[in-house]
Design a protein around this ligand. Sequence first.
Ligand code: ATP
Length: 243
Amino acid sequence: MNIAIQPATPLIEARGLHTYYGNSHVLHGVDFCIRPGETLALMGRNGMGKTTTIRSLLGLTPARQGEISIFGQPRGRSATHQIIRSGIGYVPEGRGMFPNLSVRESLLMAARPGPDGRQEWDLERVLTTFPRLAERISHLTGNLSGGEQQMVAIGRALMTNPALMILDEATEGLAPLIRKEIWDVIRLIKASGIATLVVDKNVNVLLELTDRSMIMVKGEVVYDGGSAALKAQPELLQCHIGL
Ligand SMILES: Nc1ncnc2c1ncn2[C@@H]1O[C@H](COP(=O)(O)OP(=O)(O)OP(=O)(O)O)[C@@H](O)[C@H]1O
């Protein structure tokens, strides 16, 4: 499916999402929007509903109530794989590797043109971006370090030439140097014009890197606005994130 992405049309837009796990009501009327090229941070303490918001947007944990449009089209009954294939590079918490595939196989398996036909990201560009992966190209991903596996997960998402990257806790549990490498790549993704939704515990980096921030508290959005403006309100950060 080739989609002409209009600059003014949100890549994903959602209104009034209510999501449950069984009887447990987790999202309470979440509104969400991300536009082409925008870098958005989704913040909040543990268990506030960030991952559930992403899962609801992608249909992995469908919302019981609310409306979602993907690239300007009502999501309707589209399956998650259809939503992802329409131009979203999703790097879930925990990475989702195929341990018995080599780095090369893992990356090549994901390769495809973007929703608008773009083919800017290929194996060569991913390996230039992650020289560590070039060094380990024939290794099984199951034998890589956590940081290298994270690079494969991001590389795989980039190989799909997405209009939007979603990175959920991409730097979680990684050594500081590797974390820095991942942040550098996220900066590069931003500079290349791909919209990015980032969930991470490192709020200071998020505030510096992103255009816009959302803060969630107990399944509700309590802040949605400029990251620079949020940085200038330490009392909000203190109150909602504990910084
Ligand atoms: N599969 C599940 N079954 C039941 N409850 C769940 C499930 N996944 C998450 N929850 C609960 O839903 C709430 C929101 O969780 P979610 O993972 O969305 O939060 P989060 O903001 O992403 O936090 P974290 O940073 O800890 O991942 C929490 O109370 C969590 O315990």
